[in-house]
Design a protein around this ligand. Structure first.
Ligand SMILES: C[S@@+](CC[C@H](N)C(=O)[O-])C[C@H]1O[C@@H](n2cnc3c(N)ncnc32)[C@H](O)[C@@H]1O
Length: 312
């Protein structure tokens, strides 16, 4: 039942990017097991930590209670898309840093009852926040085309229609094991395949159930509004769909729209971020310690003085 604690990914690089100073206020948008939070507290920062998973917040709360008073760790049981409203409501609408570590934690993945993993059998759940529609609700009620679209868009599953057909034919589905078997049967699983063919379907359904890509876009935009001039943004993502969103956001945020007769002068604002890093990946030593870091990518940037753009 109990899961190994989450090992923070690219920790040194993330902390170097944020460069927290004593007294700084930093948002850890994805608290998880608090790996980044702990390092930020050690550097003397105050941390406002968000997580949509009540289990992560409950574990954090027990830890926060052992902290000094007034507390330098404040936990918010909210989605990071709500960061701007929550921070404004506590009177901290300007912060020195924001870090986002997108995706699921080891605790979520390893606990079969959360229904994220195909390696262990559990209920077909996958909800980080433990409320709303579950993976089973979606897969047992959506029409075949809607399922195929999700698998194609969020899992880059080329045989999405075949898999969706097999899912619909096997309904109702109740467990992660059933879903994995259906996908493997539909795609033809060879025992020596390097990657389980169910991987793409599980990723897609998880992203859909949690609205992960919309969350990421909204979180980046909230970070733009919250960061003071000189404040740092660091984002760790785990697959190309997420990294593409982060990369495009930083490219647009750090460029000056070229003068065009179609763009009114007032819209030709200066960049809102500068010093955008390249993609930073874990080195061999980290991968040896923590194979789950394999697909992680860090990108970071520094906020300029230009007012935040209107959220899309
Ligand atoms: C990869 S883990 C973070 C691990 C953390 N950096 C650590 O060192 O322990 C991601 C965490 O973010 C949370 N999460 C994912 N999307 C979220 C969202 N939109 N809003 C708030 N929390 C989110 C998940 O519930 C999970 O606990």
């Amino acid at each position: 039942m109990s899961a190994a604690p989450h090992v923070p990914v690219l920790l040194e690089e993330v902390i170097a990017a944020l460069d927290p100073q004593p007294g700084d206020v930093v948002i850890d948008a994805t608290f998880g097991a608090g790996g980044y939070t702990r390092a930020l507290l050690d550097r003397g920062a105050t941390v406002h930590a968000f997580d949509r998973d009540p289990d992560a917040i409950a574990a954090g709360q027990r830890w926060a209670e052992t902290q000094e008073s007034p507390p330098r760790l404040v936990l918010h049981p909210h989605r990071f898309s709500e960061m701007l409203d929550v921070m404004t409501s506590v009177g901290l609408a300007r912060v020195d840093g924001v870090v986002m570590d997108i995706g699921v934690s080891s605790m979520q993945l390893d606990q079969a009852h959360r229904g994220f993993a195909f390696s262990a059998d559990g209920p077909l759940d996958m909800r980080m926040s433990q409320d709303g529609a579950s993976a089973a609700d979606f897969l047992n009620t959506a029409d075949e085309k809607a399922i195929a679209d999700v698998l194609y868009t969020y899992g880059e599953e080329r045989q999405s229609r075949r898999v969706a057909r097999a899912i619909v034919a096997a309904r109702p589905l109740e467990t992660t094991g059933e879903l994995a078997r259906i996908v493997r049967r539909a795609l033809g699983h060879k025992p020596h395949d390097k990657k389980d063919p169910a991987t793409r379907t599980f990723q897609a359904v998880r992203i859909h159930v949690n609205g992960e890509l919309d969350e990421l876009s909204a979180g980046l935009s909230a970070a733009e509004s919250l960061l003071r001039e000189g404040g740092r943004l660091a984002v760790v993502s785990f697959h190309s769909l997420e990294d593409r969103i982060v990369k495009r956001f930083l490219r647009e945020a750090s460029s000056t729209p070229s003068a065009s007769r179609h763009v009114p002068l007032a819209a030709q604002d200066d960049p809102v971020f500068s010093q955008v890093s390249k993609a930073i990946k874990p080195g061999e030593a980290e991968l040896e310690r923590n194979p789950r870091a394999r697909s992680s990518v860090l990108r970071h940037a520094t906020r300029t003085a230009t007012p935040a753009r209107e959220a899309a």
